[in-house]
Design a protein around this ligand. Structure first.
Ligand code: RP5
Length: 160
């Protein structure tokens, strides 16, 4: 794949089970992406370097997933003007409610587009990233339309 346009970052390898759904969705849509472990707490310098260099490396959107005291999306957003989409990863202790509230309650001026907890959030973050990119990419817009048509076509009329 060509140079990544979407950067998927996550606080831990344990987040990959959730965040892989973002990567797989971008894969299906043919959107170049990369996936990295970048922890706000355990590897703050890695986060600083990642966010500071993101635009210069050609990234257009960052998807950041984290669980618990989930500071990764907000801290990334504080260091880059690229759109940051936050995915709350489901935590063991509080089922991801902690992650959700940590990500969604950003102060005015530093936005993070917050998605649903878990797999649905990861998939939707990828779809939103693709929709943002599709504003300037007609071929991608067509692929996104086709993806949605196929989703519609896959919904059964009856539950049995
Ligand atoms: C967060 O702590 C990560 O995003 C992860 O969701 C959570 C637990 O991390 P591990 O202890 O599994 O590495 O920073």
């Amino acid at each position: 794949m060509s140079e990544p346009l979407v950067g998927i970052i996550m606080g831990s390898t344990s987040d990959w089970e959730t965040m892989r759904h973002a990567a797989e969705t971008l894969e299906k849509l043919g959107v170049a992406h990369e996936s990295k472990v970048v922890s706000a707490h355990r590897t703050p310098k890695r986060l600083f370097d990642y966010a500071q260099s993101a635009r210069g490396r050609g990234l257009k959107v960052i998807i950041a997933g984290a669980g618990g005291a989930a500071h990764l999306p907000g801290m990334a957003a504080s260091m880059t003007a690229l759109p940051v989409l936050g995915v709350p990863v489901e935590s063991k202790a509080l089922k991801g409610m902690d992650s959700l509230l940590s990500i969604v309650q950003m102060p005015a001026g530093v936005p993070v587009g917050t998605l649903a907890i878990g797999k649905a959030g990861a998939v939707n973050a990828a779809l939103l990233a693709a929709a943002i990119l599709a504003n300037g990419d007609d071929a991608l817009a067509a692929r996104l339309d086709a993806w949605r048509e196929s989703q519609t076509g896959a919904v059964a009329e009856s539950p049995e």
